[in-house]
Design a protein around this ligand. Structure first.
Ligand code: F0G
Length: 479
């Protein structure tokens, strides 16, 4: 049997609304050619993000009813804590409302002016929280990550020689921790190998530096390891997950991805004194340590979600369905960032419409064309998001201020030679357990049809842009 099916059946349905081409034309113009300004109900297939957009299982909804809403020591917290300890081996488990709350607490404690934080590729909120503390965020990806056609199996890996050089240059005392993002979202949802994590761990050990994971998509990363890393194909995913976390001293996690919930996050720590200080900050702004800004029912849903996400039939379907989307687009001649990522396929908009100059935003043009043609919402990750006078951050991300040391940071990155040139991308992020194969087939057809007519696409020019985070609220007209 070759067909990999969705390993669930559907118990509750949420209608999605078809619109007509003239309606979409009007809505797109009213939104100033910016799909962030559309109403979600006017979108047919929403691939803006895989974060907090997944469907919960019947067991998770049952957990919602079981939620213990006691202020302190709720049963739901202990169920959640047991599940996370079992999954990761971490003793200290703090719940937070989402990933960036964990990042804010962590970098408030270990960041600060003069500090430097290396990462394979910071997600925008991670970078923003590092910079908000006054520290510098440095991305150290491998050279293969800069070539959209390179099919390196672990394109998310950290550049270990560059890490070593950075430590030599700035000195280990300025580096509070080394962070590895699994999977690497900013670099195309690409995985990091166990071999690479071990090599980073060895560098950290040599310089007595803690290693932290940004582990939002840990289960997808573990499944890639099982499929691609020599000697791992017979290991249960649960064991690979354990191995990844055992290499780390701490982790920040947005449960809105592989936690299979709509809201929630975690901060995992080994160090007792760091845990005590993080607990105090948690209480200051999030809530008591046994709920961290969430309801008891949210903790129940997370406890169950972190159980279901490592089921191998689920992961097989998940990784395969994104890969299927990527492969079909490639065979239709559509240029994508290869290989397809774990949570998303990224269209290579520069290759998609070479006749549109970067100043006329080819990525945003493709985003608009997909909505116009088929009611699909994607997100531009290119010259709108990263260009302009101010530094901006990605979808859902927090602002990083203009004066936050990003110029120094670019200098540092340039010195390491590890600063990737900006790619002009359009991300099609797949919500978990939400769309079926026929939805995916529809997306494939729509993208292929837009690609066939690419010569007719017209670039855009900006008519309004705010000083920061322009991609959220900028308005455009056709050039
Ligand atoms: N780290 C990574 C790698 C992420 O992808 C995200 C969120 C976060 C941290 C922050 O988590 O949103 O719960 O505060 N990524 C979403 C996205 C927004 O669309 O890729 P959060």
């Amino acid at each position: 049997m070759k067909t990999i099916i969705e390993p669930f059946r559907i118990k509750v349905v949420e209608p999605i609304r078809m619109t007509t081409a003239p309606q979409r034309e009007r809505l797109l113009r009213e939104a100033g050619f910016n799909v962030f300004l559309l109403k979600a109900e006017d979108v047919l297939i929403d691939l803006l993000t895989d974060s907090g957009t997944g469907a919960m299982s019947s067991e998770q909804w049952a957990g919602i009813m079981r939620g213990d809403e006691s202020y302190a020591g709720a049963k739901s917290f202990y169920r959640f804590q047991d599940r996370i300890r079992d999954l990761t081996g971490f003793e200290h488990v703090l719940p937070t409302h989402q990933g960036r709350a964990s990042e804010r607490i962590l970098f408030e404690l270990v960041g600060g002016p003069g500090k430097v934080v290396p990462n394979n590729a910071h997600f925008d909120t991670t970078r923003a929280n590092v910079e908000h503390s006054g520290a510098e965020a440095v991305d150290l990806s491998i050279p293969e990550a800069r070539d959209p056609r390179d099919r390196h199996p672990f394109k998310g890996n950290m550049n270990v020689p560059e890490l070593e050089r950075l430590i030599q240059r700035v000195g280990p005392e300025r580096i509070p921790l080394v962070m590895v993002t699994i999977t690497n979202n900013s670099g195309g949802g690409q995985p990091v190998s166990l071999e690479n994590l071990r090599a980073v761990r060895a560098v950290c050990d040599r310089h007595r530096l803690p290693l932290f994971l940004d582990a939002c998509r840990f289960a997808e990363n573990a499944f890639f390891i099982k499929r691609r890393e020599p000697g791992c194909d017979h290991k249960p995913v649960a064991d690979i997950v354990h191995e990844m976390f055992e290499l780390a001293d701490g982790a920040t996690i947005s449960a809105k991805k592989d936690g299979l919930v709509n809201i929630g996050g975690l901060l995992l720590l080994r160090d007792e004194s760091l845990f005590q200080r993080a607990s105090s900050l948690l209480i200051l702004t999030e809530g008591f340590v046994t709920y961290g800004g969430l309801a008891g029912r949210d903790l129940e849903a997370m406890a169950q979600g972190f159980e279901e996400v490592i089921h191998e039939d689920y992961l097989h379907y998940r990784i395969r369905s994104v890969e299927y989307l990527g492969e079909r687009l490639l065979s239709a001649g559509v240029p994508i960032l290869e290989p397809p990522g774990g949570h998303a396929v990224y269209l290579d908009a520069a290759a998609f419409c070479p006749h549109i100059p970067p100043a006329q935003f080819p990525g945003q043009t493709v985003v608009c064309a997909l909505y116009r043609h088929a009611g699909i919402r994607a997100v531009e990750i290119g010259s709108v998001m990263f260009g302009g006078s101010a530094k901006t951050v990605a979808s859902g991300g927090a602002a990083s201020s203009e004066a936050s040391g990003s110029a120094d940071d670019r200098t540092l990155a340039a010195q390491t030679g590890a600063s990737p040139p900006r790619l002009e991308l359009v991300r099609l992020a797949m919500p978990r357990r939400v769309y079926t194969q026929s939805h995916v087939d529809y997306v494939i057809e729509a993208v292929a049809e837009v690609h066939q007519r690419r010569q007719t696409l017209r670039g855009l020019r900006i008519t309004y842009e705010p000083p920061v985070l322009r991609h959220f609220t900028a308005r455009f007209e056709e050039a």
